[in-house]
Structure formats: C-alpha cells, structure tokens
Design a protein around this ligand. Structure first.
Ligand code: GLN
Ligand code: ZN
Length: 759
C-alpha cells in the first residue's frame, strides 16, 4: 500500500542512499551516446535526464520511502560532477568558451571523461570494491577549489518544483580528496588532502546555498571511512565535522558511510560532532552494530541504519532485519531505516524479468523492490504494521543445494589442490609468443549473435560462422608467426556470462543492467545455487581450432574468482565455498580439454585484484580461498600440460604472494602502462614460473613500433631468465579493430625475434 509522508509521521523513517540513474531501459546510455554522435541536441539530452530524475523520485515515493535523495543523478560519474562543481579541472581542458553555453559545458564535461584532441581523459578506476568506475580528480598545490557549479542546487529545486522535497547527496570532502591523485606537476610527496581547508570553504558556500533554497538536510557520502586509509584519518574527519557543523546557515548534516564498518574511533568522532545524523552499513562485515555498542550508542545523533543490502540482489530477511532494528532502537534516540549503500549497484526492476524461475524470483529484490523493503521496515518499526512481505526466503539466495556437488567436494583430499613442484619449464623456446585470448569482435560476429538470439539464425548456420572466424584467426596467427595460438573467443558475448549461461546454479537476466562507467552498463549473472557443469563448455571450439593447425592452441577459461567478482553471488554460504564449487566445475572442463589433446590451458583471473578486501586484515583469508579455488580448477592436469593465467593490472605489490601461490606455469599481466616495472620486482623475488608481462597496451588503438617493444623486452630479459619470459599483449584484443591488432602483433613477433637472436 503506498504510504505518503503527509498521511502520518512515523517515528522511524525510511530512506535510500541513492538510486540507479541509467533509466529503466538504459535511456541515459542511449541519450548520451546519441549526443556524442551529434544526433541529439543538448536541450533534448537535458530533457531526457530531467525525466529520468523525476521518474526516480516518483518511484521512491510510490514505494513509500519517506526521505528521498537528490543529486544522485549523473551524466557520467558523481566524482567527476564533484570535481566540476568545485572547479577542480586540470588546465588541459579548456574552459567553456562562453558562460552559459550548454554545448560548451557538456563538451568539457564529457572531455574530462572521454578525452578530446590533445587532452587525454582523467584516469578511471574502481569505486572501492564495486564494479562501478569513477574518474580520478587530478589536483596540485596550485589548485583553487571554489564553487562554480550549481548541479546539487538545480536538481534540488527541480525536484521541489515537482513536489518532491529532497535531501541532496554530495560526495564527502574527505572521500573526494583521498580518492583524488596528485597531478604530475605536483611536488613529490604532496597530497591532495592538503587542500582540505580550502575545499571545506567551498562546501560551506554550497551548504549555505542549499539551505537558502530550502534543503532541510544534506547527505555527505564518506565511504572512504570503511577503508584502512579512511579509518586512519579520524583527525581529518573531526576537522570536516567541526568546520561544516559550525556553520550558522546550513541544512542538517547526514554523514553517510558504506561498503563496510568504520570502527569505533571514527564513530565516536561523528557522535561527538555537531553532525545530526550518521549512516552506517550494518550488512557488509557484520561489525557495524559492535561499533555502536562500543561507543555506547549514538545518543541524540540520528542513526541511518543500512540494514537492506544495497549492492546485491537478494531480498531482505524481514524478520531478521526487524530484530536488528529492535536492537538499534536501544542505541539511538532517532532511527531511519536505509539501504547499506546506494542502489546504484543493482539492476532497477525485478518486474522487468520474465524468464526467471519462480523460486529464484521469490528470493530476489532489485532497486525498486529494495526501496519497498526499506519503506516496509520503517512502517513495521513505527506503527507495528504486520510484515506483508514476510513470505519468501531467508535472504542471501534461494538456497538451492546439490548433494552431488557437495559430496564431490567433500571427497577431495589435499592433493586435489597441488601440482608436482618439479614439473619443469613449459617450453624450450625463450620468449615464446602468444596472445591473451580474444581477437577483435567484428560487426559480423555481433550481428550473428544477435540474430541467433532473436531466432533469426539457425544454430548450425551460427556455428558455421564461428568456425569460419576461427579458421581466419588461426591462419592469421600462423602467418604472423605466433608460437602458441588461440581460437579468438568468437563464441563469447562476455567472459563471465558465456560460462554462467552454461553452468548449473547460475541465472542470467534479460534487463538486469548496472552502470559500470559512463554509458557502459553490464548485466551481471546471478549465482544462486550450487554450481556444476552439466556439459563441456569450450571443448568444441578449442578442439576445432586445434584441428586447423600443428601449433599448440591454448584453451581459454574464466577463473572462479572472476566468475564471482562479475556476478551477483549468493550470501547464504561463505564466498570461498561458492568459489570452490566453481573451481570444481572448471576442473571438469580443464580435464576434458586435456583429454581432447589441448596442451596449454589458460584460466583467466582478471578480477583477482578487484575482490581484494578493502581492509588489510581480511586480505590473507581472501587470498587463501581465491588461490584454493584456482588451484582446484587447475591441479588435475598432468605435469606436462601448461597452465596459464592472466590478470589485468600491474599493481602487483599487493598480491604478488597470491599470484605465486596460484602456481600457474605462465602468468600474463598488464605491464606496458607501468613501463615493465614489475619485471624488476619479480627478478628480485626469484620468481621461478613463466611470466608474460604485457609488452604493449591494447586499450589504445596506437600500434607500437618494433623498436618500442624490443626495448621493453630487453628490459625484461635483464631481470628475468629468457626461458621464463613470454611475449604477449597486455590483455585480450576484442575491443580492437583487425587493422591495428594485426600490425601490433606483427611488430611484437618481430621484436621477440630480434631479442632472441641476441641471447
Ligand atoms: N581471455 C580474455 C580475453 O582475451 C581475457 C580478458 C580480460 O582479461 N579481461 O579477452
Ligand atoms: Zn586482461
């Protein structure tokens, strides 16, 4: 039943931290991309955006949410919005030529995100441990923060005029500065956080403006407090609260934290500060309530209790949440029920799914459903409303178990996770050349896949197109002179979804889109039950490729950690248990590939670094299960089969121990953008397995010269034995065109040949 704030004033209110901005049918993506192509006018783009914002407010009101947030919309990214709002833009981006020229404003805004002639974009990186990416502000001592924009104000007014009093949401000053980086011209050792006081002046001005416009409350998002770095910054937090809290003209302040607990010291600072409300994530690590007990409750500071999981897709266990909220009522005078974080990270509406199994659907809640849950919890608490939502699962997934999978895992001994240590080098050739797996995905391939989905292309005809593509890719690699070939992955829409579609225990959605960055959205599959592999998933394609050449073809699989990292995963059992099940399913695939005569098998762990816990103290336990599941997948093979793995980043330091523990024969990693720094590290550590530091950056269409690659290789052989060194690009080629991919590979093979000749 819809609940309107006017009807009654509950003593326990409800809110959400934020809501998806892409629109129910990815309207924002389409509108932005069309604007970039010059097909949509600025006015039209702004109109579509306004419609989406009002749609969100209406949706939240209909769900019965009492306090509605605003300024959660963004054309690209909320961190970028904050940088632009406070004029924190590097000078390579020209200011709009004429003030108030909307096209000029948008041009600069999108240039910051996407680059323009002569001005490379801001760096993009992961937003904490989610799959959302933000743009990293570049600051320097000469940067002068000042309020130059009015986005939060304009969106507040727009909502108010439409009848929605809202709570503007801002990225908090501490989070903003700690996520920013020092510009290249900043002096060694200078840190963006040195701008804190100046930035606080600009925030103060903004808060005054919002207050004057009628905003009763403003939300400052400080998720950085859930990380080690933020937890260590309590002194700065105190400064922020004191400065903003002491303003005479300001709205009431909600400091909102998420992605984990913040620890008692930070909580005490918030409690003792003038800040009126504190938002806590009471779901993620289970320590939030302990923190509250440690500081003897919040007293007069209002608790915004994040009890509805905001970044996974399971429905809330309402009775359990009611019990938690009951405990919380004793720890604060005033309580608001909320989500654990913004709903940005979940799909919008479960009602848009038509083909999920009923038992699974029962267990799910997307953003809209979570808004209803939050509102319901508020009502249950405030007027004792009977939970009309009580039916259904206990949260965390439908709990589908498969006794066979469990029995198989239980029966495995420690040797299932070990390969013989004395298995020798995988090839006799120094500087063996190979690629990471995918070849360019042509328009023809995409069309064929779409036609097959629509039913317009028969399975046989589709497979024939794939075989022809594999023929071309294999012939091309032979002609270029690569040593270990790949089939090119033409059958895969996505490296996780392709496997998820074939594994038991996984479901895929039709419309479950989530923003990854800018206009790019992904549709993460849902891992809901015990995982197993009913049938071989890749053997047909890999063996077909192998039948076309005498050179070895490398089989290509996605590893257990990556399968979890890019999916929504059940929470009714530890992640490590789920990873082991995926590992076992992959082990079956690895065995089938080996039996079919495949001598090189690559298990990609592109996301090993991504799932690394935000807090140091949890990392060893994580690496332990991550490594175990990989080893389970790969340890069933004979010593002469070569196991490869691939990772997409170079920040090796953090997990180098983990990488060694994977015990792959060959590990390929990104290295080009960090100028092969990691080879020195590995050399020092005496790393003994094969390593393929990516010799060129595939993220750019630029073709590296032979000399450039040769230089990188010479650097590498100076530190690492040439017999252990593999030569490859730094990631798959699927986003490149054939013209550049082919030329770059030719140059790479030639560079390897030259360096080999001098050994
Ligand atoms: N094998 C995959 C590919 O080549 C790996 C992709 C990745 O690392 N993200 O596309
Ligand atoms: Zn990669």
């Amino acid at each position: 039943m819809p609940h309107t704030p006017e009807a009654s004033r509950p003593s326990v209110r409800s809110t959400v931290h934020g809501y998806p901005r892409i629109g129910p049918n990815r309207e924002l993506k389409r509108a932005c991309e069309s604007y970039w192509r010059g097909e949509t006018a600025a006015e039209e783009l702004d109109g579509i955006a306004a419609g989406l914002r009002l749609g969100v407010y209406a949706q939240l009101r209909e769900a019965g949410v009492d306090d509605i947030p605003s300024n959660t919309f963004s054309y690209y990214d909320h961190v970028l919005d904050t940088a632009v709002l406070f004029d924190l833009v590097p000078s390579r981006f020209a200011s709009p030529a004429a003030a108030g020229d909307r096209d000029e404003e948008l041009r600069r805004y999108f240039a910051l995100a996407r680059g323009e002639q002569g001005a490379p974009p801001l760096e993009m990186t992961k937003w904490f441990d989610t799959n959302y990416h933000y743009l990293v502000p570049e600051l320097s001592p000469s940067t002068r923060p000042r309020l130059v924009g009015d986005k939060p104000l304009a969106e507040f007014r727009e909502a108010a005029e439409a009848g929605f009093p809202t709570r503007p949401v801002l990225v908090g000053p501490l989070t903003f500065l700690l996520l920013a980086k020092a510009a290249e011209d900043a002096p060694e050792g200078w840190r963006p956080v040195e701008l804190l006081d100046q930035l606080l002046d600009a925030y103060a001005q903004l808060l005054a403006g919002l207050s004057a416009a009628g905003a009763a409350e403003v939300q400052l998002d400080e998720p950085i407090l859930a990380t080690d770095e933020g937890r260590a910054a309590v002194g700065l937090l105190e400064r922020v609260c004191r400065r903003l809290g002491s303003l005479t003209e300001r709205p009431s302040l909600l400091v909102s934290t998420y992605f984990g607990s913040i620890g008692a010291p930070a909580l005490r600072v918030l409690k003792d500060s003038p800040v009126e409300a504190v938002g806590l994530d009471l779901v993620t690590d289970g320590e939030g309530v302990d923190d509250l007990v440690k500081v003897s409750g919040l007293g007069g500071t209002r608790l915004v209790a994040g009890v509805v999981e905001g970044r996974n897709v399971w429905r809330t266990d309402v009775p359990a949440a009611v019990a938690t909220l009951g405990t919380l009522l004793a720890l604060t005078d005033e309580l608001t029920v909320s989500t654990s974080c913004s709903l940005l990270h979940v799909p919008i509406d479960l009602d848009a799914e038509t083909s999920l199994a009923p038992e699974l659907r029962e267990a799910l809640a997307f953003a809209k459903q979570k808004a209803y849950e939050t509102a319901l919890l508020g009502r249950v608490l405030s007027d004792g409303a009977e939970a009309e939502y009580a039916a259904g699962g206990a949260g965390g997934g439908p709990g589908f178990t498969d006794a066979r999978v469990r029995a198989r895992l239980d029966a495995l001994g420690p040797d299932a996770y070990e390969r013989p240590q004395d298995r020798g080098a995988p090839t006799d050739t120094p500087l063996t050349t190979t690629t990471i797996g995918s070849f360019p995905q042509t328009a023809e391939l995409r069309r064929a896949r779409a036609a097959r989905r629509r039913g317009a292309l028969a399975e046989d005809a589709y497979k024939q197109i794939l075989r022809e593509e594999i023929d071309r890719v294999v012939a091309l690699q032979e002609e270029i002179g690569l040593d270990v070939l790949v089939h090119g992955e033409p059958e895969r829409n996505d490296m996780v979804q392709y496997f998820a579609e074939q594994l038991e225990g996984y479901a895929t959605t039709e419309n479950g889109w989530v923003q990854s960055y800018g206009s790019r959205c992904v549709r993460p599959p849902i891992l809901f039950g015990d995982v197993s592999r009913p049938e071989p998933m890749t053997v047909e394609w890999i063996t077909y490729a192998q039948s076309r050449t005498d050179k070895p073809v490398k089989g290509m699989l996605t590893g257990p950690v990556t399968m979890l990292a890019w999916s929504f995963v059940r929470t009714d059992q530890p992640l490590g248990d789920t990873a082991r099940q995926v590992g076992l399913a992959l082990r079956d695939e690895v065995a089938d590939l080996e039996r079919a005569g495949i001598r090189h098998i690559q298990v990609d762990e592109a996301a090993l670094r991504e799932l690394l816990p935000l807090r140091e103290e949890r990392r060893a336990a994580y690496l332990d299960w991550a490594v175990n599941s990989f080893r389970l997948a790969t340890s069933g093979v004979s010593p002469s089969t070569t196991i490869h793995t691939h990772m997409c980043y170079s920040e090796f330091g953090l997990i180098v121990g983990g990488i060694e523990a994977l015990d792959a024969d060959v590990t390929s990693v990104e290295a080009a953008r960090s100028r092969m720094e990691l080879v020195e590290d590995l050399g020092r550590r005496g790393y003994k397995r094969g390593i393929g530091p990516g010799v060129y950056d595939i993220h750019s269409p630029r073709v590296p010269s032979v000399e450039e690659i040769e230089g990188s290789l010479r650097l590498a052989v100076a530190h690492i034995d040439a017999g252990s060194l593999w030569v490859n690009p730094d990631c798959g080629l699927k986003t490149r065109g054939y013209a550049e991919a082919e030329q770059a590979l030719r140059n790479m093979v030639e560079a390897a040949r030259r360096v080999r000749a001098d050994l």
